[in-house]
Design a protein around this ligand. Structure first.
Ligand code: PMP
Length: 387
């Protein structure tokens, strides 16, 4: 029997995956668990990937990714955000945002360093921090009712071991955007305590109703201490293509690139060519997503508000809806497991994202409208049977 590492034992599969795997036991399940859109990428993007394969563009690229793609990312940020990053030294292409986050943490953390993660939080942040022999410090107030965190609590958690803060805006799971005032406050404490900020912005492509988004990198003095993470997974529905990117100061990109040689070597080349097409600016290949997800969001919010004992507010962004189940008296895990067993509907228990979410379950509206309607009906009957 091979003895696996102590580090690996600290890392547990997430409840999201657990529910997703349990759901596989039923063949008629409505699966609201994974943030994996059902919509295919635009045909032009798929064609670009296929063409790369046919032309034999299937070898390794530079560890940081094709320079042509980094130039496209640089122009894309300049065009859409008015942010200037040098394609040679300040941009790296990664295997999804996931690898971007991991390589970034691996590049900055020493054993024992602390990373502040405000709840509700994307659970992989904590696991990745552990995988770097560092300590995740979760800011989680179980009495908080508004699915957000207080900057005072964040500042109170800072010690002499704190190295970084991870923020996610718009947020998975809450669907909230961190307001600009709060962004300024987080920037102020990062500067005061000399901390690095990892800003995961993979959902800024899915904002509804004209809500305003501000990146922390735009705050004065933040560019040199911010690692900005983004991805094509959500923006262009390219989850399985495994492609994302990081914009950061050159010393971080150089370190991440050096480490990449020993991890993935590079992102698969066909995905990189597809990304050049997606971000190149010839056409808007992602705008239609917002329309589709907005319709689904409205359908769900309307449906949930008609179900007794459930409540929700419309998310400002993302394709996630947090449903308040507190009136059922169940914990989020009890609710999710019995909903799956009795109604064959899979949702994620809020506790996955912190104690402050235990009176919620998360629904990902990455299913078509017919499935959403069927899911709503099943949830309605399930709740009626509880009474
Ligand atoms: N960050 C957040 C907040 C996410 O929700 C996800 C995917 N669910 C990721 C990062 C990872 O995205 P990618 O597919 O680009 O690795």
């Amino acid at each position: 029997m091979i003895e696996v590492s102590e580090l690996s034992k600290k890392v547990q599969p997430t409840l999201t995956r657990h529910l997703f795997n349990l759901a596989k036991a039923y063949d008629d399940v409505i699966d609201f668990t994974l943030g994996d859109p059902d919509i295919p990428p635009h045909q032009a993007i798929k064609d670009a990937g296929c063409l790369a394969i046919q032309q034999g563009k299937t070898r390794y690229s530079q560890n940081a990714g094709l320079l042509e793609l980094r130039q496209v990312i640089s122009s894309y940020y300049q065009r859409t955000e008015n942010l200037v990053y040098d394609p040679v030294s300040e941009i790296m292409v990664t295997v999804g945002a996931m690898e971007g986050l991991y390589l970034a943490l691996l590049s900055i953390l020493n054993p024992g360093d602390e990373v502040i993660i405000p709840a509700p939080y994307y659970v992989n942040y904590a696991q990745m921090t552990l995988m770097c022999h560092a300590t995740p410090v979760i800011i989680d107030d179980p009495t908080s009712k508004d699915l957000t965190f207080r900057v005072e609590d964040m500042e109170r958690a800072i010690t002499d071991k704190t190295k970084a803060i991870i923020i996610n805006t718009p947020s998975n799971p809450s669907g909230k955007i961190i307001p600009s005032q709060k962004i300024a406050e987080i920037a102020a404490i990062a500067k005061k305590h000399d901390l690095i900020v990892l800003s995961d912005e993979v959902y800024k492509c899915l904002i509804y109703d004209g809500s305003k988004f501000r990146s922390i990198v735009e705050e004065e003095g933040m560019r040199e201490r911010t690692i900005l993470i983004n991805s094509l997974s959500k923006e262009f529905c390219m989850t399985g293509w495994r492609i994302g990117y990081v914009l950061a100061p050159e010393e971080v990109i150089a370190t991440m690139t050096k480490l990449q040689e020993n991890i993935a070597a590079c992102v698969p080349l066909p995905s990189q060519y597809a990304a050049i097409k997606a971000l190149g600016g010839e056409a808007d290949y992602s705008g239609r997503m917002v329309e589709i997800f907005l319709k689904r969001r409205n359908l769900l919010v309307d449906g949930i508000s008609k179900i007794p004992r459930l409540a929700c507010s419309a998310p400002e962004a993302t394709f996630y809806l947090m449903v308040d189940i507190s009136a059922t008296g169940m914990t989020s895990e009890q609710f999710a497991v019995s909903l799956l067993k009795e109604a064959h509907v899979a949702v994620v228990p809020g506790i996955t994202y912190g104690k402050c979410c235990d009176s919620y379950v998360r629904i990902a509206f990455t299913l078509d409208e017919n499935k959403i309607k069927e899911g709503l009906q099943r949830i309605h009957s399930f709740i009626e049977r509880l009474v």
